[in-house]
Design a protein around this ligand. Sequence first.
Ligand code: NAD
Length: 451
Amino acid sequence: MATRTQAKTTRTARKAPAASAAPVAAPTHPLPSYLDPNHLGPWGTYLAQVDRVAPYLGPLGKWVETLKRPKRSLIVDVALRRDDGTIAHFEGYRVQHNISRGPGKGGVRFHPDVTLSEVMALAAWMSIKNAAVNVPYGGAKGGIRVDPRTLSLGELERVTRRYTSEIGLIIGPSKDIPAPDVNTNEKVMAWMMDTYSVNVGATATGVVTGKPIDLGGSLGRREATGRGVFTVGAEAAQRIGLTIEGSRVAVQGFGNVGGVAGKLFAEAGAKVIAVQDHSGGVSNDRGLNVPKLLDHVAATGGVAGFRGGEPLTAEQFWSCKCDILIPAALEGQINAQNAGKIKARMVIEGANGPTTPEADDILQDKGVLVVPDVIANAGGVTVSYFEWVQDFSSFFWSEAEINQRLVRIMTEAFTAVWNTAQQHQVSLRTATFIVACRRILHARDMRGLYP
Ligand code: NAD
């Protein structure tokens, strides 16, 4: 690729007038991420995590390189006819990290900072998450390097459809099943399902999950991740002798994940004493009225200005006196600057990647139990699996059945991780990787290498 770029540059240079002193215009777009050898980014973090578990893989270790190479990485040009008639181009990706245990599964992210490295890492973490909860999927992820806030609704639909068509080569109900992620939602999933269906000439509801209920979506999907956070949180609490009833809970991010988790902890008798989001923070030592706070967020867009508590700064939030801390907003929120101030006995990672590796070490040294994202927020993909199963059979379950199955899967998964951590005296993060990598590589081993 680099050679082709160089060749293009050389050809352009030859055509330019020899004596031209015109300044060279800065490139309008940065070098594509996959051409930048210095940009290992999150993929580098993932590789380090695999290296950490390699000694625990026993004879399966001979396959460990499989985990360090995505099975398939597709880069597509997503061309868009803008509303004003001009044509714009965006880089799109779909990475299938591993499909040894089943079809690829993972979300699609629309964000201007999406890179191939990021999508590779997110796809790999989906392999780990899906294997950790033992759903029959490999790991995949996709994205478009675009800021959806700069697109009209029509442009967003055309970008989504063009991208779906371009990755249509490798997705499908039994090949790779996308889902919503950052800046994508059930509307985007409906367009993806429709585009794929039009291209194959049959309605294929099972090609994506996270769809609207009327298009084959599942009851309980919206609450699934928060419910999973609560389920594994309660399991972990029990094991460290922490009673949920009366415990003090702090939540960062009060959206889909944090809002539902906070509500379930409050219903179980915990006191949600502090909540922080993009708008600000609020605290109440006697426990916030969570249903009222959720109504306030729905009405105003954030927790700031809630009358049932005192305003709270970000610094106060991280150092508040609590038993359970749930980061459920963005990545990198618990870092070397604030990890030392955390007073919680337990952190449950609702968000993806909320704790930096340095902070992870600080928390471990302080004796804070960290329930990692790859198990804590796997409730969402678990109910996505239920959605896919229901679409295949065209038979839909009640919400009670879904929640019951979700709790069973999450509890079993957490028990396996906890026992592994005890056996090897490692963190729950490393234990989750051990359980998951063993499952993936066992499948790889049984399938053998073709040819
Ligand atoms: P959401 O958009 O519903 O809510 C995000 C929350 O984060 C909001 O309350 C927002 O105010 C808050 N937030 C944003 N920027 C912030 C900042 N700078 N400081 C503090 N708070 C900030 O999103 P969500 O679906 O709840 O996802 C939250 C996290 O959980 C993300 O990391 C996501 O990848 C992860 N996750 C979500 C699911 C799911 O099913 N929704 C599944 C697995 C993982």
